[in-house]
Design a protein around this ligand. Structure first.
Ligand SMILES: Cc1cc2nc3c(=O)[nH]c(=O)nc-3n(C[C@H](O)[C@H](O)[C@H](O)COP(=O)(O)O)c2cc1C
Length: 411
């Protein structure tokens, strides 16, 4: 996917610059044409020579450089790029970009550039958490900038916390969809994500540990790949790409009615949400008193299975994909669910993949693998990796299933 792609790396003055050298090397070795623009501060950390040697291209540092202007000035560089990575995206760069300041070569290019831009922020924890940085970062996301990280862990300054630049493999994974040729154009996908919340009284609720991250990533990726995407999001589901149409819901009943409305006639429905199987038979407006009894029972009634409902609608989406989070006998249980829900495929995975589940590794952004099981009998392993890797593999299987069915249809 990287062969002959033109990647501009905007390099800020942060300690993580040394990792960007490896990123430039990886991109170049993968066949991309890589050009680097370094801020003045970045040149204090590593000399342009490093990037020149790794990419085989001249490195750009000066806005007012007559020779460089003749060869490749800020407008030409901005138009040349298929995608831009800004790494490390310093607090200072985030601030300048958020406010439209164009006082050096990189920020001036960014004022002109219409290519997708991926930010990889890296900085000290307090700098990252500061109100100013969060506000600037929020503005950039709203303007359609993509981002990866920062990660939480040990920082170069010796402190612990959020601010470490994302791993370069994760940066590469996040870059690939930005270079895609929008193969999903013309398709309407509906995805539900996150937990549901069933109220018992004014303060008490029944919910689960799902985070909604994987569903949100699937929605972002499908949108980047050209689909029109509606995300029906339970409470706490992470923010979405600006192109995703988002419908926030709370209870299972709300999620069902919005999904039913949105998914009618859609090309694809993916049920990633952890929908509560039950709700309270009665719910109360105020706060119920504890009372004197040492025991109590509460009556629960079953909620409708959303995926099964969507798969049986008269205007059923062309494809319905289900998820099965299991703690044992994953494949066996998933196969039974695939049949019971009348879905086209199901993704079997372990409950440890649920963002907030006890013993979960998913908060650290790493998922155990899973299995893609289709109604055609395919059973393909989904490799462990980041949530983004997981989402990309699922979309790949969906595309392969569609291609296979199209071939069958032609016969
Ligand atoms: C040793 C050292 C390490 C630094 N590391 C970072 C960093 O990781 N992230 C950051 O935002 N700023 C960092 N800074 C501060 C930036 O270099 C400074 O804000 C600079 O103005 C950024 O300029 P630029 O955004 O134009 O590259 C560091 C400064 C020093 C001296």
């Amino acid at each position: 996917m990287l062969t002959d792609k033109k990647i501009l790396i905007g390099i800020g003055g942060g300690i993580a610059v040394y990792k960007v050298a490896e990123l430039a090397r990886m991109l170049t070795r993968a066949g991309a044409d890589v050009r680097c623009v370094m801020t003045g501060s970045a040149c204090e950390f590593v000399t342009p020579l490093t990037f020149e040697a790794l990419t085989g291209n001249p490195v750009h540092t000066e806005l007012f450089d007559l020779t460089a202007e003749q060869r490749m000035g800020h407008i030409t560089l901005a138009r040349w790029a298929d995608a831009v990575i800004i790494a490390p995206a310093t607090a200072n760069l985030l601030a300048r970009l958020a406010h439209g300041i164009a006082d050096d070569l990189l920020t001036t290019i960014m004022q002109v550039c219409e290519a997708p831009v991926l930010l990889a922020p890296a900085m000290n924890r307090s700098m990252w958490e500061s109100e100013a940085t969060q506000r600037n970062f929020g503005r950039l996301k709203k303007r359609g900038f993509y981002h990866i990280g920062p990660e939480t862990g040990e920082l170069a300054c010796g402190e612990q916390g959020a601010g470490r630049m994302a791993d370069i493999r994760a940066i590469l994974s996040a870059l690939l969809p930005l270079l895609s040729d929008k193969p999903l154009i013309g398709q309407h996908w509906v995805i539900n994500a996150g937990p549901t919340v069933e109220p018992w009284d004014g303060v008490r609720i029944l919910t689960n540990r799902a985070s909604g991250t994987l569903g949100a990533l699937l929605a972002d990726l499908a949108c980047i790949m050209g689909a029109s995407v509606t995300l029906v999001a339970g409470p706490g589901t992470p923010e979405s790409h600006p192109g995703v149409i988002r419908r926030n819901v709370s209870t299972a009943a709300e999620m069902l009615s919005i999904c039913e409305l949105e998914a009618a006639g859609a090309n694809l429905f993916i049920g990633t949400a952890a929908v509560s199987d039950f709700r309270f038979a009665e719910s109360h407006a105020g706060k119920l008193k504890r009372g004197d009894s040492s025991k109590m029972s509460i009556e629960l009634v079953a909620n409708e299975d959303i995926v099964a409902h969507i798969a049986s609608m008269p205007r059923r989406p062309t494809r319905v994909i289900a998820f099965a989070a299991e703690s044992d006998h994953h494949i066996e249980h998933a196969r039974a669910k695939l049949a019971a829900k009348n879905a086209d495929a199901i993704i079997a995975n372990d409950i440890s993949n649920m963002g907030r589940a006890a013993g979960s590794s998913a908060d650290g952004n790493e998922l155990a693998g899973g299995w893609w099981i289709s109604r055609h009998g395919e059973q393909i392993e989904i490799e462990p990796g980041t949530k983004l890797d997981f989402a990309r593999q699922i979309i790949q299987h969906i595309q392969q299933m569609s291609e296979m069915e199209a071939r069958e249809f032609k016969r």
